[in-house]
Design a protein. Sequence first.
Length: 413
Amino acid sequence: IYPQELNLNNKNYSTDSWTNVNENILSRIGLNLHQQKNHPLYHLTNRLRKYFYQFYDQKKLSPKFSIIDNLSPIVTTEQNFDSICIPINHVSRTKSMNYYINQNTLLRAHTSAHQVDLIRSGLNAFLCIGDVYRRDDIDPTHYPVFHQCEGVQLFTKEELFIGNKNVLGDKDNLEIFGPNEQRDATKQEGHTLEAVKLVEASLKKTITDLFKTLLPNTSILNSRWVDTTFPFTHPSWEYEIEIDGKWYELLGCGIMEHRVLENSGLNKDHIGWAFGLGLERIAMIMYGIPDIRLFWTNDSGFLSQFVFDDSTHSIQYKPISIYPQCINDLSMWMGKTKIDPSDFYDLVRAIGGDLIEQVILIDEFYNPKNQRYSQTYRIIYRSMDRTLTKNEINMIHKDIEYHCKQQFGVEIR
Ligand code: PHE
């Protein structure tokens, strides 16, 4: 059923017995919802940016964290699995969990796929934001494409211990690595406990403060750290918050496996934390969005609720009707003075009542030749409780045109 080659982002990929992507999934590549102005994921991305830009590097005279949000989701199995020490037989590699383009290429299942490349490129603190793809259940909170934000911060001995002098007193023999350190539940082989504890404290403070900023109303409720395991961190935790008696997992995180740093070209001079959080989950809590499919809708009844310039603006989403929208434009010539849009809105409301969901002035210009203004309005009709017929809407639309002529003396184009 697959052609021999798939052309994606102007590159050809040969297909094989691993290929299991489909049109629906491939059509999401490049949509980058998190970069679409006024999308809820765009606002959340801006808030993450704002939070992490507050940390300043006095030596480099620049923000500590670099933010990378435009890497292609097409990655190699080396990037998605091997580079971060996911064992060769791990279940997370299976065809039934991932969208493969071919045996060696897939749509990234997590933003952790870029950890090693970004560290290799010289970064020691960064966020990596992007779309990720997983074959998963279908329900109101799961969708095969969603968005993640990866966070990584590395520390040298100097950064870790000098920055924490007050905590540790004046000892100057502190080290990240020790010759006889064993791996146990609290740390990896090679790591000293004091280094691990400082990195853990930095990670947990960064994350709890982040969620206090993102969810100020929920921060008073309970939150907890749950021990877990990931192949690329040890020790590892999940961060959960409680809302209305239910616990929600917001992210996974931990102390980076030293082998991941070695894969990135670093020697025994750094230790770091990493986390990966799902944007949709957080946006759903933040804005009260009930269904994950809504992030993909073009329905202006949804999108228009997120039109604001200040991304820290806090709103609660109001559910839209389940009945379809019907869109009709109205263009008119007027004289030297143009119609005040609010007058037009009042007229439309007066005639269409609650069947009017939205009215937008989509075009306006002045024709100097005949000294007339032109305006085009888009009227979006939708009932809260039934599907409107074309005929019914045409009658209302004609009625609006008629009253415009009467009230404003315009000519319908
Ligand atoms: N990549 C993990 C996931 O998608 C999350 C994670 C990132 C966990 C970084 C630990 C460290 O589930």
